[in-house]
Design a protein around this ligand. Sequence first.
Ligand code: FAD
Ligand code: SF4
Ligand code: SF4
Length: 479
Amino acid sequence: MPDRMLQFVSLPQQPPDKRSVAERRADFREIYRRFDAPEAAHQASRCSQCGVPFCAVHCPLGNDIPDWLKLTAEGRLEEAYELSAATNNFPEICGRICPQDRLCEGNCVIEKGYESVTIGAVERYLTDNAFEQGWVRPRRPARERQLSVGIVGAGPAGLAAAEELRAQGYSVIVYDRHDRVGGLLIYGIPNFKLEKEIVGRRAALLEKQGVQFRLNTAIGPDFPLAELRRRHAAVLLATGVYQPRDLAAPGSGLGGIVPALDYLIAANRVGLGDAVPAFESGLLDGRGKRVVVIGGGDTAMDCVRTAVRQGARSVACLYRRDRANMPGSAREVANAEDEGVKFVWLATPKAFLGRSEVSAVQGVHMRLGLPDASGRQSVETADAPPFRLSAELVIKALGFDPEDLPAHLGEPELAVTRWGTLKAHHRSFMTSLPGVFAAGDIVRGASLVVWAIRDGRDAAAGIHAFLESETAALAVAAE
Ligand code: FAD
Ligand code: SF4
Ligand code: SF4
């Protein structure tokens, strides 16, 4: 064990090893190997134990990072795990897929000159190890309450809220239109970032805690929200955002041009052993094809890297801004480049060519202009000749918007913002409908898993406060 903290001067940053590119390209397993106990302890001991830890300030969950790093360095792994789990329902998931370069690690003060502490990798190690040691137990309530909460959506926001509310003694039922628990953790994010067993392990733990799941159950026209409100004392909407943004360019209706999430869901389902006709017919399979992905976020990165693993002939990514302005994690862009993806920066499609199936993308080059109202540099067409990229599969990864939830749920009184996200009170998380709360992407717009967890926890606290005050009011009325 290291004998003290502040080792960053003598101990270099050593992130977990990555599997070789050849190995990575050949399967869908996670690419990072896990720390062992000495590696975790040594890397944790690099922390300088800041009085004002900027890492924690920039972690959406406010994780007590310096304290659990110190416990890790001292070999007190069970305590370190308990401390990390006190503020995070799924630390092993965040340790794997948070864009740490933009959050905790990107704000570690050691960043300058010596490289940050590898916070995410230690966080992941602590909980993976805790599962193996049997330290992760279902949070059963001390007492049962005679009230139930219905949660719509089994993504990270819904699951975090479910765990918190069940621990308070509520009967919790989570409804999801999909056949598996996890939301985008299971059907969006690919295995090479987050293996599905990790999500399954959490779902099993929640079931042991007493959370009930009603899968293949869509809330909407056949099962309206009004019915759910009759069944439960409170309802949480954590439905995420799924409406793909589209491209209005000539030829965009050609065959072989597909939305990113259709492509990723198919790949994830195939990995889980499901039969997927659109994959088997070749429509959603990149094998042997020249694949062009349009977009620059996490979803685009997941598509290009999935195509590589499917055995695409070539994979290119078109993004209208430059590398420095990409919304996707810099770490994932570097991983994609290592795996053979070609990036065409400052480029956008103008037309899709082909008879009935796409055969090429015609693009134009862009340049960055003056900052717009949001402070982000605008983009405009550059004075350069157009270019052409051959393609048999084009994947549109341009982001997601919310669907018209008030209409879908049959609740016109459900207030939305001008972006279509649900309006929820910033502290209570209650929507415009009494007793109906909302959390995660459906409130924030497409965001991050760690924010969904944070919102789920906060919404659970809001629901608990609401139900406590309702119960107290009923007791007064009965006196
Ligand atoms: P979701 O995870 O979307 O879950 C919502 C659930 O609600 C779904 O299971 C859905 O089936 C269900 N549902 C919706 N409507 C209904 C209905 N009417 N009835 C019943 N059920 C319903 N974030 C990161 O932090 N790191 C990453 O690396 C990362 N990669 C990503 C890659 C991709 C491809 C995508 C699309 C997103 C990625 N994100 C990443 C973002 C992250 O996945 C989301 O921010 C997060 O999952 C949002 O959680 P949520 O619980 O709000 O919604
Ligand atoms: Fe960093 Fe995410 Fe963990 Fe917070 S939850 S410490 S941001 S990896
Ligand atoms: Fe440790 Fe870096 Fe956080 Fe400071 S900012 S407490 S050095 S991890």
